[in-house]
Design a protein. Structure first.
Lengths: 509, 348
């Protein structure tokens, strides 16, 4: 067999923890090989072993049939292995070319020969259909383009095998389509690709074969053409997964949240929310679809009182709350699952138990006469931890030590338990695995069924489409369309998100 | 290795490293380190008089350390403890000299005056930070000079008639105790140490057990999350500076009402406030840690006076050793990395 990369029976331990237990991954030349697993299953560890960042305790790595020892990333580079990182490693103020040659400059007499470098970048870019402008500044180009610069970086260094780490997490649907095209071109030009992902749809669409790992163990390798998403999910999670979020039709009642002509400026003083109107009724989930940076964050911050609004009105249960203090808004029945759980959701250096009362520590029974009652605080923490299935060694462990999914479950437990009339969920499943996503979606729908209003903001169209009862598309700080998820598709949403009017979107389909 | 154990071992190793490097320096410059350290020990604990002096020195050190540590726990770097110390000292002596009151009123009044003066002096940088985001380090450094010169002016022109030192405070405002002095061979030991120890407890209780403390710690770790959770971050910042300054002002009262009983025109800073930074750092910004590290610094400071007498080692060398300890504490990151490496090997 003509394997370009073979990782045979790889074992990697961290102390007593076995991150990779006899995992075998064999990549054929010219294929797109997906590596599928939940968060914490050991995908990144395995790739870091291949990239020379970790040394395995046992096992063998072969490149083109030759046994090799990859002691550091430079060795990996020399062997033609390149990594396209999830978080781009680019210098914003440098040009595309400067970023690509960084560390491997073409010089002439001690000076960088930028002309020659630009030619080289242009040549590679054209060869693989990347259409990148070598002279553009990184800060001026889109996220999708930045990712192509990352791809170019590996190609410039002569990579034969490209590892893509969750490449679609930051892209719009159109950019994802383009990326898939690029990956196919790369294969045509003789490269091989390892695609790390937990999105089954992408694997079905682009990969030739797929290796699944679960809890550090290799579960198996399958031909994508002979499998289906359900089987892959079962291999990944270990049990059957319900994809279609099951829910009854919504029974919306009165308006809970009413926003009229809201104007909010962002941190740079530019208008981010520009005369926005939106309402969310009791007993429904309204999803806000949009490309990152169209005012979603500012909208949520204005509703929750974290950012000053310039003008307009935000009413909850008929009560005007614009520019009130966050605590006042919270006490008026607003719950908020923040977009960035590390920045806003948790005090990472507090025990998880104390994080469970972060918003109501000052109320009875947690506090009496200004003195905290730790017994009550930790009773509440234990109750939420078991009710929301937060996996933690104990309630005294620092929040920092928990995995992302468990941190998120803790936040959701805290917010839901306060029983708010309006629950705002900003990207509640970002970076989480299938099991946790399912759990969180169920909880959101449960809130809706209890007659609460839920406002969901997400960059994942799948999530918006499957969970929402109505979809509001945000573009440049306004709601440009409100659509019924049953009567739309990704194509139409994608165009609306890119600023086309509904009519145009309709004719373009 | 548990985090708690590491928190204890790291400063101990830092102190040991300081002593070892100090030894090397003494050897290189031709002094006998054994007799030098012997002299240091004797100078701190060898006689009951010295012991009394150590405790006396430890008293303002504890309070200055608490002041720095308290602000630090809320994420603020209060370099202005020195200035708050000076205004506290001045206020205590002012009240101590100007009134004739029964002791039960006069002494608490003088102590409260010092506390309020320090708190107000620290309120300024707190307010500027909270309202205008002016960095507290810059403001507190400038306010140190302001405090020094304003207090000198007041001593010369208001408290006295162009003299360099005020009169003694009234007996009714004094922390001194004949009994404490007599059992320590007439050292300057005074009742202030009890106030300092109570303040250690207050700091611990306030931060770890009260609702306000929860807010203070939350703001210290993560302002964004604190704001999201509905806490008033700006008010918490101001409050933390005020409490920090209150501790610093109280430290000034210790010298004003206990050790000296007067206040003089100063040509420069006393150094107590700056030593407080090192004490807080060595003590890991906890109340108990500050208590122990203040004892160490107090013993070094007092014991050092004996080194030139008994071992012929110059005073400056002691300053170098103290500086080395601070250096190693500040670089405790390195010690922690080394400890972790050993710790990992144990696990396997």
């Amino acid at each position: 067999m003509d394997y370009v990369i073979e990782m045979l029976n790889i074992r990697k331990e961290f102390g007593n923890f076995v991150a990779n237990d006899n995992i075998t991954l064999q990549v054929k030349k010219g294929e797109i090989h997906a590596l599928l697993g939940e968060n914490g299953a050991g995908k990144s560890t395995l790739m870091n072993v291949l990239f020379g960042l970790y040394q395995p305790e046992a096992g063998e790595i072969r490149v083109k049939g030759q046994p090799v020892k990859i002691t550091d990333p430079n060795v990996a580079n020399d062997l033609g292995i390149g990594m396209v990182h999830q978080h781009f490693m680019l210098v914003d103020v440098f040009s595309v070319t400067e970023n690509i040659i960084l560390g491997k400059e073409i010089t002439k007499g001690g000076r960088i020969d930028i002309k020659k470098a630009e030619e080289e970048v242009r040549r590679i870019s054209e060869q693989y259909g990347l259409a990148v402008d070598p002279q553009a500044k990184i800060s001026d180009i889109s996220v999708g383009m930045q990712q192509r610069v990352e791809i170019l970086k590996t190609l410039y260094r002569g990579a034969e095998i490209l590892i893509f780490d969750e490449p679609t997490a930051v892209l719009t649907p159109q950019e994802i389509t383009e990326l898939i095209q690029i990956m196919k071109t790369l294969i045509k030009e003789g490269k091989s690709i390892i695609l790390i992902t937990h999105k089954l749809k992408e694997i079905m669409e682009v990969a030739d074969r797929c290796t699944v790992i679960r809890k550090g163990k290799g579960i198996g390798t399958v031909n994508v053409s002979e499998t289906n998403p359900n089987e892959l999910a079962r291999m990944m999670v270990g049990h059957d997964v319900v994809f279609k979020v099951e829910k009854k039709p919504a029974e919306p009642k009165q308006d809970v949240l009413e926003i009229n002509d809201l104007v909010v400026k962002d941190s740079r003083g530019l208008t981010a929310v520009n005369g926005l109107n939106l309402s969310v009724r009791a007993g429904e989930i309204v999803g806000i679809a949009g490309v990152d940076g169209n005012g979603q964050s500012e909208l949520i911050e204005a509703i929750t009182g974290l950012r000053k609004a310039e003008s307009g009105s935000v009413k909850v249960n008929g009560k005007e709350l614009i520019n009130h203090k966050p605590r006042k808004i919270m006490e008026s029945g607003v719950g908020h699952i923040p977009q960035d759980r590390h920045k806003h959701g948790l005090v990472l250096n507090f025990p998880i138990g104390e994080n469970m009362v972060l918003e109501n520590y000052y109320q009875k029974p947690y506090s009496k006469n200004g003195i905290l009652n730790f017994k009550e605080i930790y009773n509440q923490a234990r109750r939420l931890i078991s009710e929301f299935d937060v996996r933690t060694p104990s309630e005294y462990v620092l929040a920092r030590a928990l995995s992302g999914g468990n941190q998120q479950k803790a936040i959701i437990g805290r917010e839901v338990d306060r029983n708010p009339d309006l629950l705002i969920a900003a990207q509640p499943t970002r970076g989480l695995d299938v099991g946790a996503i399912e759990f969180i979606h169920r909880r959101l729908i449960e809130q809706r069924d209890h007659g609460k209003a839920v406002l969901l903001v997400s960059f994942e169209l799948d999530e918006i489409m499957s969970v929402s009862d109505r979809i509001a598309v945000i573009y440049e700080g306004r709601i440009v369309a409100v659509v019924d998820p049953k009567e739309t598709d990704e194509q139409e949403l994608g165009l609306l998100m890119a600023g086309s009017s509904r009519k145009e979107a309709g004719t373009n389909v | 290795m548990s985090k708690r154990l590491q928190g204890i071992i790291t400063p101990i190793i830092a102190v040991l490293l300081g002593i070892i490097v100090g030894t090397i320096i003494m050897l290189v410059s031709g002094y006998n380190p054994i007799s030098a350290y012997n002299a240091l020990w004797n100078g701190a604990f060898g006689e009951v008089y010295y012991f009394g002096e150590v405790v006396r020195q430890v008293t303002p050190y504890i309070l200055a350390g608490l002041a720095v540590a308290f602000a630090f726990r809320v994420g603020l770097f209060n370099i202005g403890v020195e200035g708050q110390f000076i205004v506290g000292w001045l206020a205590a002596v002012w009240v101590g000299t100007s009134f004739d009151l029964p002791k039960i009123i006069h002494l608490p009044l003088a102590i409260i005056a010092a506390t309020v003066a320090g708190a107000l002096w620290a309120y300024i940088p707190g307010l500027l930070k909270a309202r205008l985001r002016v960095h507290e380090v810059i403001v507190t450094i400038m306010l140190n000079y302001t405090a020094l010169h304003v207090s000198n002016y007041l001593i010369k022109n208001v408290l006295t008639n162009h003299k360099d030192r005020t009169g003694m405070i009234k007996e009714s405002a004094s922390l001194r105790s004949d009994w404490l002095q007599s059992i320590t061979d007439y050292s300057r030991l005074h009742w202030g140490i009890i106030i300092a120890v109570i303040c250690c407890f207050i700091m611990w209780f306030l931060l770890e057990r009260t609702t306000k403390g929860f807010e203070l710690r939350a703001v210290g770790f993560n302002q964004d999350a604190a704001q999201y959770a509905g806490m008033n971050v700006n008010r918490t910042i101001i409050l933390s500076m005020v409490i920090s300054g209150a501790f610093a002002g109280l430290a000034g009262a210790m010298d004003g009402l206990g050790t000296f009983g007067y206040v003089t025109v100063k040509s420069g800073f006393t150094g107590v406030g700056f030593d407080g930074i090192a004490i807080a750092l060595l003590g890991g910004n906890t109340a108990l840690g500050v208590f122990f590290s203040a004892i160490l610094f107090g013993a070094l400071k007092v014991g050092a006076l004996n080194m030139p007498l008994e071992a012929g080692v110059p005073n400056e060398l002691v300053d170098i050793i103290i500086a080395l300890i601070v250096f190693f504490v500040a670089s405790s990151y390195i010690i922690r990395v080394v400890l972790n490496r050993f710790g990992k090997k144990d696990v396997k």
